[in-house]
Write a protein that binds this ligand. Structure first.
Ligand SMILES: C[S@@+](CC[C@H](N)C(=O)[O-])C[C@H]1O[C@@H](n2cnc3c(N)ncnc32)[C@H](O)[C@@H]1O
Length: 237
């Protein structure tokens, strides 16, 4: 299995502007108090929870779980390198907020059922689960042809996952998170070469190079688009 290592490594997804914007979105859903307990599943480098921990001087360091050790330097979060279902099955912690940001598509149907049911149990009263994922009907990220085919294939699978999530969560709200990306073409090409998104992982070096040539022809020096996420917000009553 190939792991995703460069998602939030010097990309717009790790930029301060993006983190601030995602924080603004979260603030619309959550009242952040010092005593809030947060779990981030598939936290990557933990940029979002690090920001929250510092901003709100949280009493309990947010827990970030990821299957990869991204060598997180921030001491204001508790990073656990573990498969998420394994972590949740064994933890005795309860949370006020559980975040799945662009991580749910890594789980099989069976695992989604498991992880959502355990997450619901691991919530405190009035606790929330926020699941954000790309939305198949609302995609504008720059692609080359092979990448586009692969992305749509995986998004089609995600669509069935979203329906499953809706069934499992039962009462939920749907929200959209939107971020305007302005990126130099060469920086985006660097991201492609580093396989920043999971559907690039399976391509050979040659396929990536052909894709890069396509991107060079297709886009202007500065690429502008919207990174949009569909978010399901569940509240435990
Ligand atoms: C697309 S990245 C999103 C990172 C972060 N949530 C963000 O939005 O910036 C998905 C992350 O999920 C992690 N992941 C995938 N499968 C996992 C699993 N079974 N258990 C824990 N983490 C997992 C990956 O290692 C990766 O860091």
């Amino acid at each position: 299995m190939k792991y995703l290592k460069n998602w939030d490594h010097n990309t717009w997804l790790s930029s301060r502007k993006y983190i601030l914007s995602f924080h603004k979105f979260l603030k619309g859903e959550i009242k952040f108090k010092k005593k809030i307990k947060i779990l981030d599943i598939g936290c990557g480098r933990g940029k979002i929870i690090s920001f929250l921990s510092k901003k709100y001087k949280l009493n309990f360091y947010p827990i970030g779980v990821d299957i990869i050790n991204h060598k997180i330097k921030d001491s204001r979060i508790k990073f656990i390198r573990k498969e998420a279902v394994d972590y949740l099955k064994n933890t005795k912690n309860y949370f006020d907020l559980i975040i799945f940001k662009q991580s749910i598509h890594f789980f099989s149907k069976q695992k989604i059922k498991q992880i959502i049911n355990i997450s619901k149990k691991a919530l405190n009263k009035n606790g929330k689960i926020i699941i954000c994922t790309l939305n198949v009907s609302d995609i504008s990220i720059p692609t080359f042809s092979l990448f586009k085919t692969e992305l749509y294939k995986s998004l089609k699978k995600d669509k069935t996952n979203i329906n499953l999530l809706k069934k499992l969560l039962k009462n939920y709200k749907i929200k959209t998170f939107k971020f305007k990306v302005e990126i130099n073409k060469e920086d985006y090409i660097r991201m492609l070469k580093k396989r920043y998104i999971s559907c690039l992982l399976k391509f050979s070096k040659k396929e990536i190079q052909i894709g890069v040539n396509e991107i060079r022809k297709k886009y202007r020096k500065k690429i502008i688009f919207y990174d949009r996420l569909l978010c399901l917000v569940y509240k435990k009553r």
